[in-house]
Design a protein around this ligand. Structure first.
Ligand code: NAP
Length: 286
């Protein structure tokens, strides 16, 4: 049976790959983008492109309503829009912190909230939150990115249990590194203070952040060291993983997607376990 998708941040990176893959699978897609013109090269009778900045709650509710008007139902809702903010906590401005949460956390929250009455009424649907291995572990200089995705996972795990009686599923797709603009032109940086130069050097391989006031240079931002250890796969690899996930009749709450990502999750979980087992009252289940 062909499915109907709703995807945020669909104009580039993973969101575009998800859109193209869903169309190629014979499905119908409502793709949303801040600037719909950036999707004008994609023409398909089964594709509807709607403008959406996920930070705008009113626009989110109106756009989700319009999507259901256009298609009648949504089987797969992908909260994909997001970006990475880099900076030591004390270097980040309130505006930067709020924008990170408004996009990665509240954006996905508003879209989920807006869709829930429709999904409950149709008694089906699969909400996929595009999360990260950084929502299991954490990395210095990524505190607010980590926080935004941990927050996304927190409400979504609870939501999964709330929605089970209604036949609506939720999955946290914990992505590894993929070759998109995430670690390049999309990444936002704090104004660095010298005290953190050594931390920057160890994590980013450079003592300074890129100058955000300089004219945008394509793909010049430093990639986090953790992402440099291997060549990152193309977004189409992520799309294949997502297709496999939504084909699963019993999808898990958490699905790790991407080469190398499983080891990163395992290391983060093991670090937690090692913390807990120093406590004599804590018994790790056999
Ligand atoms: N690539 C990776 O290695 C990786 C790893 C783990 C998780 N992720 C997650 O995957 C998701 C997609 O990222 P990507 O790798 O595809 O990065 P990307 O190439 O930079 O694409 C990000 C997308 O998010 C959109 N977006 C950002 N802010 C938005 C807003 N306020 N409203 C609507 N759309 C907005 C962008 O739209 P504009 O074109 O308008 O800016 C763009 O379409 C993000 O949630 C990211 O955190 C990525």
């Amino acid at each position: 049976m062909p499915r109907t998708w709703f995807i945020t941040g669909a104009n580039r990176g993973l969101g575009r790959a998800f859109t193209v893959a869903a169309l190629a699978a014979g499905d119908t897609v409502v793709a949303t983008a801040r600037d719909p013109h950036t999707m004008s090269d994609l023409t398909d009778a089964r594709l509807t492109v709607l403008p959406l900045d996920v930070r705008d709650r009113d626009q989110v509710f109106a756009t989700v309503a319009k999507a259901f008007d256009v298609t009648g139902r949504i089987d797969v809702l992908v909260n994909n829009a997001g970006y990475g903010l880099v900076g030591a906590l004390e270097e980040l401005s309130e505006t930067q912190i709020r924008d990170q949460m408004d996009t990665n956390f509240y954006g996905a929250l508003w879209v989920s909230q807006a869709a829930l009455p429709y999904l409950r009424a149709q008694a089906s649907g699969h909400i996929v939150q595009i999360s990260t291995v950084g929502a299991v572990g954490s990395l210095p200089l990524f505190s607010m990115y980590n926080a935004s995705k941990w927050a996304l996972e927190g409400f979504s795990a609870s939501l999964a249990d709330e929605l089970r009686p209604f036949g609506v599923k939720v999955t946290l797709a914990q992505m590894g590194g993929f070759d998109t603009d995430w670690a390049k032109s999309s990444m936002k940086f704090a104004d660095g203070i010298p005290a953190y130069s050594a931390v920057r050097e160890s994590i980013l391989g450079t003592p300074d952040y890129p100058d955000m006031s300089a004219p945008a240079a394509e793909d010049t931002a430093s990639e986090p060291a953790a992402d440099n250890e291997w060549a990152e796969p193309a977004p189409e690899v992520a799309a294949a993983g997502l297709l496999a996930l939504v084909d699963d009749p019993n999808p898990p709450l958490r699905r790790v997607i991407g080469p190398g990502a499983h080891q990163m999750v395992a290391m983060a979980l093991d670090a937690r376990r090692r913390d807990y087992i120093t406590d004599p009252e804590f018994t790790w289940p056999a």
